[in-house]
Write a protein of this length. Structure first.
Length: 300
């Protein structure tokens, strides 16, 4: 272990006041709260604290100078005060045996130490992150879900209407426990919305592509159509086409300002999969159908 006089940068003949001044200067520069993440400064601060714990005590210094104890000292637990506290569950691991008294005349640094000690003794618990998958309709209408935690516990989650894929829910006080009066952290729930082949979201509007038969497109009729809150009966107008869009008011996602978006149903005319000789014969003899050019007016 390095000679404590060398650690503090003072001569062996230094006075108690000079030793104290040297320690204070080094402590201010090396204190971990002023050098977050600097491991080298933290290690040096530990050495400085041990050295001052030895030389700052007249009796210990006298015994060291007399050769009765070495730089580590016979009272190692006291002088290793930093390490003792660093392994404990509470307290400030960066406080010398002298406490704040050594900085009584330095209000700013003493306040830093006091606040650091208080913060560590009353540290808030960590936030815990979880993932939760929900159905598309649940993201629109809202739902109540339950998460099973790694320790076997459960967490009830209320999904508000209008949640989007990737959004976060914060459950206050449902995270890891804190120390002292710090209180627990929060639970952060990342929402994953599972895709639904029936629906697509466009802002607050729900988009549905609805297949209709040729007869329904030509003659019109009533068909059943899905919505996030269940099926509804939809009236198809005569001479509907692929791309014709029907609007169901208020069947979309919630708006921030209140109310709901709409469901937009886009029709898609689908012919029978199996060959239909009657349909083919009709079309073959349908002269007006042959004369109709659906591409008329389109640029070449």
């Amino acid at each position: 272990m390095q000679d404590p006089y060398q650690t503090l940068g003072v001569a062996q003949t230094a006075s108690a006041a000079e030793i104290k001044k040297a320690y204070r200067g080094l402590a201010k520069r090396l204190h971990p709260d002023l050098n977050p993440g600097d491991k080298a400064a933290e290690e040096k601060f530990k050495q400085v604290s041990v050295a001052y714990d030895l030389l700052g005590d007249p009796e210990k210094r006298k015994r060291f100078d007399a050769g009765e104890i070495d730089a580590s000292g016979v009272e190692r637990p006291k002088r290793q005060f930093y390490r003792d506290f660093a392994s404990a569950d509470h307290g400030n691991p960066y406080t010398s045996e002298a406490g704040y008294a050594d900085f009584a005349n330095d209000d700013v640094f003493a306040e830093i130490l006091r606040r650091s000690h208080e913060a560590r003794a009353n540290q808030r618990g960590e936030d815990l992150m979880y993932g939760l998958s929900i159905q598309f309709v649940e993201s629109v209408t809202g739902a109540s879900k339950r998460i099973t935690l790694p320790d076997g516990g459960t967490l009830d989650v209320t999904i508000p209407p209008g949640m989007l894929d990737g959004q976060m829910l914060r459950l206050k006080g449902k995270g890891a426990p804190g120390r002292g009066t710090g209180g627990p952290g929060d639970a952060l729930i990342r929402i994953d919305v599972l895709p639904d082949p029936r629906f697509r979201l466009d802002g607050v509007n729900v988009i549905v592509e609805l297949p209709v038969s040729l007869s329904e497109a030509v003659l019109g009729g009533e068909v059943r159509a899905p919505t996030p809150t269940g099926e509804v009966v939809l009236t198809i107008p005569k001479r509907a086409n692929t791309g014709t869009t029907l609007r169901l008011k208020g069947k979309g996602a919630p708006r921030r300002e209140g109310g709901f978006g709409d469901e937009l149903i886009r029709l898609k005319v689908v012919l029978p999969k199996s060959p239909d000789p009657d349909l083919e014969a009709f079309v073959a003899g349908w002269e007006k159908g042959k004369a109709h050019n659906p591409r008329e007016g389109e640029s070449s």
